[in-house]
Design a protein around this ligand. Structure first.
Ligand code: ADP
Ligand code: MG
Length: 237
């Protein structure tokens, strides 16, 4: 589903962190929010999932204005860098938890968990607990849990940051595969330009709470509109 931020402003007290940002993510698109630490990427994601109230502006999912809709009523799945799996639950219970909260029947939950475990390829791990999994496997569980309610939008905040180099490479292509297979609209927050370029259809490059360039990876790399963009992508003029 298409997602649109219009005139989005976010303040923390006297500090303006995001100023009148416009951003459209097309249906089925994977958009990177790329930029240095502190530029406002996570703040933008928190506004989209509803954890933070917006100080100004509008948010639309498709044609629906969801600006003031509570987080739990928004059709979003979220994955953070520190997975936040429930340590005392099995993989199966972790993935199925959002449906248990909705009081779905056990047999229906089981079927849905199997569907997602298939998608993220952890079918043989359902009885384990998070501590018995590698970082990459834990991130697959977090993805499955984020997607089990069939959200319209998937939000990923530095999902690869805690992985070692080899797993990071593997999970880059796995997340992209899962996004493509499901056709879900996704936003990937990252400070890693290679990650953004290799995983996303388009990149919104941010600096100090503003989008300074929004383009496909190729366009941005070949035609950086400022020294900052060129420098950040590692392609200085
Ligand atoms: P990024 O994810 O791009 O690293 P953030 O969105 O986390 O950046 O933060 C952007 C800015 O907003 C930073 O200057 C940060 O200190 C500030 N900020 C984030 N959350 C809060 C908060 N709850 N209260 C005050 N300032 C915050
Ligand atoms: Mg952040």
């Amino acid at each position: 589903m298409k997602l649109r931020l219009e005139n989005f402003t976010k303040r923390f007290g006297a500090l303006t962190v995001i100023e009148e940002m416009d951003l459209t993510v097309e249906s089925g698109e994977m958009m990177a929010l790329l930029g240095p630490s502190g530029c406002g990427k996570s703040t933008t994601l928190f506004a989209v999932c509803g954890i933070h109230k917006m100080s100004g502006g509008k948010l639309y999912f498709g044609d629906s204005d969801v600006t003031t809709l509570p987080a739990q009523e928004r059709s979003v799945g979220v994955v953070f860098q520190n997975y936040a799996l429930y340590p005392h639950m099995t993989v199966e219970q972790n993935i199925g938890f959002p449906l248990k909260v909705q009081r779905m029947s056990k047999s229906n939950i089981r079927a849905e968990v199997e569907r997602l475990a298939d998608l993220v390829q952890i079918g043989e791990l359902l009885d384990r607990r998070p501590a018995q999994l590698s970082g990459g496997q834990q991130q697959r569980v977090a993805l499955a849990r984020a997607m089990i309610r069939k959200p319209d939008v998937l939000l990923l905040d530095e999902p690869l940051a805690n992985l070692d180099a080899k797993l990071r490479l593997e999970m880059r292509s796995e997340i992209r595969r899962i996004q493509r297979e499901t056709g879900i609209t996704a936003i990937l927050v990252t400070h890693d330009q290679v990650e953004a370029m290799s995983m996303c259809d388009r990149i919104a490059l941010m600096r100090d709470g503003k989008i300074v360039q929004l383009d496909t990876p190729e366009q941005m790399y070949n035609n950086p509109r400022s020294q900052f963009v060129a420098g950040f992508l590692g392609n200085p003029p």
